[in-house]
Design a protein around this ligand. Structure first.
Ligand code: FES
Length: 531
């Protein structure tokens, strides 16, 4: 099996029974904020795109690059489609000209022509990607590969059961706006960033330990930021709180823990993978030296990208749009329908929109309890976002249904909040369509009602086996220290004496001391604090 690195989470897999191109991404994503690093635009995409199968793991724009798919990827390719609750991914690919689809069933192996086997695991909670993220398992001639990309399965058992995996490709770097955009003192931001950076690395190691593949390929990040306004997010400033460490940084950390099976794939690197060996060639003489000169590469890349960024910025302004009326029209009908998400947000969310002059500000309130969008009138809010009015004009102009997969991932905003992180705020703003909202509401409804009776013992505590967040198995992911449980899948923490979730609103955990009887009354979810 031959694996060609094509940048970020993208790769081409060649076997004797056909080739699969995964997640090709070249054009900048999220309001021209994210670029793939290293630059992969000079690869021979005509040849790379001439494939038998295409796999797009999910609709995040650093995995789904519509312009690139349209121009370079053979429309004769059969799309290996994850089993998602909505048809958005298929619809978007059809719009680009793809006509052949293999609709897989989650976690079911499919044998393709020539003995090539694939299996796709689809994750479908409202917090997985843009309502959906997935991993691809491939087997040919006894060699097995798992492209986990940035998916977060609760465990990898379903892949391990299919036999020893030889190549495990997974994310190790950050891919979010937290904590950089928060209006916090810089020391706090650094501390939160460091915590997050450590947690990302720990989670990656945990997945690696779970699967025990022969070789590990750190992929799916980090992006780089070439706009001057975002340059500080690149991990070149010696900031221990930066959440975007690169592959070489991860590999050094990994090797420091005693592992020696990590392989870096640059765009253009080729790994020949057998059951007993891996042989990798790179497009540069020395990979470490390449990363040592990262800032120099980024500066040159920035010069090449400047016209692209300028052209993108020029396209965002739509002064004819009445933003308040547009947000009202788009959001109010959804607020009306929303039960779980609106209740979960629990308070008003304020958008401060900075005008073209960089000074004037229009404040708009999305009032979740009151179910309306109106001008801000000095009330206390749960969350406040500050961004350019032009960005919201553009979102309304293109009728964007997912403001996470556009505005929030762009990092072109700042935020302040009272209280804990609230997943429902972001879940709502990624569901600005009837179809998505209904799905998310249904998902929460089902999960609110489901019972989860199994308990396990960790240290001195008996706790429910499944994490109240997204059901991770706490026998694998749970760690108890100082009477607090941390679930290492996403790092959520719980106070075991009270059952309270310390990371997000709601989500209480059932727990009692091993030497005491369980409480007869189940722990109540924490009441929503006033907004
Ligand atoms: S499943 Fe997300 S923190 Fe446990």
């Amino acid at each position: 099996m031959r694996l060609t690195g094509t940048g970020h989470a993208s790769m081409r897999i060649d076997t004797g029974a056909g080739s699969i191109l995964c997640d090709p991404w070249v054009n900048p994503a999220y309001f021209a904020s994210w670029f793939p690093f290293p630059d992969n635009s000079q690869l021979d995409w005509e040849t790379l795109g001439d494939v038998d199968y295409l796999y797009v793991s999910h609709l995040h724009r650093d995995h789904f690059d519509a312009a690139h798919l349209k121009r370079f990827i053979s429309k004769k390719a059969t799309v290996l489609l994850p089993e998602y609750p909505t048809s958005e991914l298929e619809d978007e690919l059809r719009d680009l000209g793809f006509t052949s689809f293999l609709r897989t069933k989650s976690e079911e192996v499919v044998e393709l022509d020539g003995g090539l086997k694939v299996m796709i695991q689809a994750l479908t909670s409202p917090t997985d990607g843009p309502i959906g993220d997935s991993s691809l398992w491939v087997e040919y001639d006894g060699v097995r590969l798992l492209n986990q990309n940035d998916a977060r399965p609760t465990d990898l058992g379903v892949f391990a059961e299919l036999g020893h995996v030889h190549a495990h490709l997974l994310q190790f770097s950050g891919a979010i706006w937290y904590p950089m955009v928060y209006e916090l003192p810089s020391a706090a931001k650094t501390a939160f960033g460091k915590q997050k950076r450590d947690r990302q690395m720990d989670r990656t190691i945990r997945y690696i330990d779970d699967l025990k593949a022969s070789w590990v390929f750190p992929i799916a990040g980090p992006p780089c930021f070439l706009d001057d306004e975002l340059w500080q997010f690149n991990d070149i400033h010696g900031d221990e709180g930066n959440i975007f460490p690169d592959q070489q940084v991860f590999l050094d950390h990994y090797n420091g823990l005693g592992y020696d099976n990590g392989v870096i794939l640059l765009p253009g690197s080729v790994s020949e993978i057998g059951t007993e060996s891996v042989h990798t060639t790179h497009p540069v003489p020395d990979v470490r030296e390449f990363f040592d000169r990262k800032e120099e590469h980024l500066r040159a890349y920035q010069e090449r990208a400047r016209p692209v960024i300028e052209a993108a910025k020029a396209s965002w302004r739509h002064p004819e749009i009445d933003v308040l009326a547009g947000m009202k029209r788009r959001i109010e009908p959804l607020l009306d329908e929303s039960i779980y998400l609106a209740k979960g947000v629990g308070g008003p969310v304020r958008f401060d929109l900075v005008g073209y002059d960089g000074e004037s500000v229009e404040s708009i309130l999305v009032d979740f309890p009151g179910k309306e969008v109106r001008p801000y009138a000095d009330e206390k809010v749960r969350y406040r976002f500050r961004t350019e009015r032009a960005l919201v004009e553009h979102l309304l102009h293109i009728e964007e249904v997912d403001w996470v997969n556009s505005l929030f991932l762009s990092c072109r905003f700042s935020a302040a909040r009272i209280g804990q992180y609230n997943e429902f705020v972001y879940a709502f703003f990624k569901c600005l369509s009837e179809e998505r909202l209904q799905y998310a509401e249904g998902w929460y409804d089902e999960h609110e009602r489901s019972t989860d009776a199994e308990d396990i013992t960790i240290g001195d505590w008996v706790v429910q086996r499944r994490c109240p967040h997204l059901k991770a198995d706490l026998t694998r992911f749970g760690i108890v220290e100082d009477n607090q449980l941390t679930c290492q899948l996403h790092g959520w923490r719980f106070d075991l004496a009270s059952g309270r979730c310390l990371t997000s609103v709601g989500h209480s955990i059932r727990a009692h001391r091993a030497d005491e009887a369980p409480a007869t009354v189940p722990v109540e979810a924490e009441a929503e604090p006033a907004g």
